[in-house]
Design a protein around this ligand. Structure first.
Ligand code: 5GP
Length: 115
């Protein structure tokens, strides 16, 4: 697979990277939907959540754990935050490498309203 996120992982296009380890990269969303909007992306290729195999379930756990750790490090964990994974058209997925959105920094209101 070769999405824009793979290009960011390979440093072929710039991004504001806030965290990286052997399994995950995290960077600020180019079009933030909240005061804090960071994308957590696995380095394992998985196009959508529908493609995740049982043997890969820990991939999503790592994203969630990294997001919660980032929230604690940045000091907004107690105030709260939202994590979102979009899947396919109705979910609003536009980049077909799974990723977890971390949204925070203000009360976020409700979600799930039809477009
Ligand atoms: P999705 O809609 O697939 O759940 O989320 C994709 C996200 O990637 C969007 O929120 C979009 O703003 C973000 N995005 C798309 N292209 C780029 C880019 O080149 N750089 C960064 N940092 N974010 C991007």
């Amino acid at each position: 697979m070769d999405t824009i996120f793979h290009k960011i992982i390979r440093r072929e296009i710039p991004a504001d990277i806030v965290y990286e380890d052997d399994d995950i990269i995290a960077f600020r969303d180019i079009a933030p939907q909240a005061p804090v909007h960071v994308l957590f992306v696995p380095k394992t290729d998985v196009a959508t959540l529908n493609d995740l195999q049982a043997s890969q379930a820990e991939v999503v756990g790592r994203l969630a754990f990294a997001a919660a750790r980032y929230a604690k490090e940045q000091g907004f964990a107690e105030d709260g935050y939202r994590i979102v994974m979009n899947c396919n058209d109705d979910g609003g997925q536009t980049v077909f490498q799974i990723h977890l959105h971390l949204l925070a920094g203000a009360p976020l209101g409700r979600f799930g309203t039809p477009a």
